[in-house]
Design a protein around this ligand. Structure first.
Ligand code: MIC
Ligand code: MG
Length: 293
């Protein structure tokens, strides 16, 4: 077992990977698959929790406790550092302080908090509204003040580029770093060049969000790194793919009366057990409880 803190492992991963790919895992089993694939950092998406765990849209309807439950399930299953989407922090200074302490407690490495109003939307949807710079800086100060582990990462996300333009977004990022944020999530940029401009103006690691069907083209990680992104986020790619596969299975069962056409696309029992280390658990049972006869 490693002795460094989750936050430090996240910081080290950001410093060493060029860039760090952070993959969205909507549940503990997805986290195991991502870990086995060789990924170095995981993500719990706010939209993912709302959609997958509650069947709700990503419109600020889930609470801190809803997200903590899913985050704790993932940190229990893997040692990889986990970045969690805490939306707007769920309230005023005291709520945000509680949020930080609770996420630290369940072994989360990093959180990102955004400058949208509480009635938030997906970052890639129209008609977003942002709070004032001062209000967001207060959110950040409350978060930084509340952490007990100085390595715990507080990432400030700005949604302002889509609302106020690139320059305003960059100004906000600078102010958020002044207020104590460790890293910047530059949401919904439309040009590779915009990452370059963020990087030139902002002295901190920058995250690029490669969410599908959004405002940002799905750039290659190398071109993003070259443009100044230190982290590349894939929040919901595996979730979207799994959803499409699941729908085909439900349709086949309904329309064909069996699922045989879909079996080739399924992960096998052997593969499932392999990711779960199933046989090592069985062996444990055998050594613990089998009596010599
Ligand atoms: C990153 C994000 O905040 C999320 O909750 O995963 C979303 C992703 C999405 O809706 O595609 C966002 O970018 O707002
Ligand atoms: Mg989100």
């Amino acid at each position: 077992m490693t002795t460094t803190t989750p936050g430090q492992r996240f910081r080290d991963a950001v410093a060493n990977a060029k860039p760090l790919q952070i993959v969205g895992t909507i549940n503990a089993y997805f986290a195991l698959m991502a870990e086995r694939t060789g990924h170095q950092a995981l993500y719990l998406s706010g939209a993912g929790v709302a959609n997958a765990s509650y069947g709700l849209p990503d419109l600020g309807m889930t609470s801190m406790n809803d997200v903590i439950i899913d985050a704790g399930r993932i940190t229990s299953a893997t040692a990889l550092p986990l970045l969690v989407d805490i939306d707007t922090g769920w309230g005023g200074a005291f709520n945000i302080a509680r949020t930080i302490r609770e996420f630290e407690k369940v072994g989360v490495a990093a959180v990102h908090m955004e400058d949208q109003v509480a009635q938030k939307r997906c970052g890639h949807r129209p008609n977003k509204a942002v709070v004032s710079i001062d209000e967001m800086c207060d959110r950040i100060k409350a978060a930084v003040d509340a952490r007990t582990d100085p390595s715990f990462v507080i990432m400030a996300r700005t949604d302002a580029v889509a609302v106020e333009g690139l320059e305003a977004g960059i100004k906000r990022a600078q102010a958020y770093l002044e207020a104590g944020a460790d890293m910047i999530f530059a949401e919904a940029l439309t040009e590779l060049e915009h990452y370059r401009q963020f990087k030139a103006a902002v002295n901190a690691p920058i995250l690029a969000n490669m969410t599908e069907f959004g405002k940002t083209e799905l750039f290659h990680k190398d071109e993003l790194f070259e443009a100044g992104a230190d982290m590349v986020l894939y929040p919901l790619g595996a979730f979207r793919a799994a959803n499409a596969a699941a729908l085909k299975v439900f349709e086949a069962m309904k329309n064909d009366g069996h699922q045989r056409s879909q079996v080739d696309a399924m992960q096998t029992r052997t593969e499932l057990y392999d990711f779960l280390n199933y046989h090592s658990y069985e062996d444990k049972l055998d050594t613990l409880f089998t009596q010599d006869k």
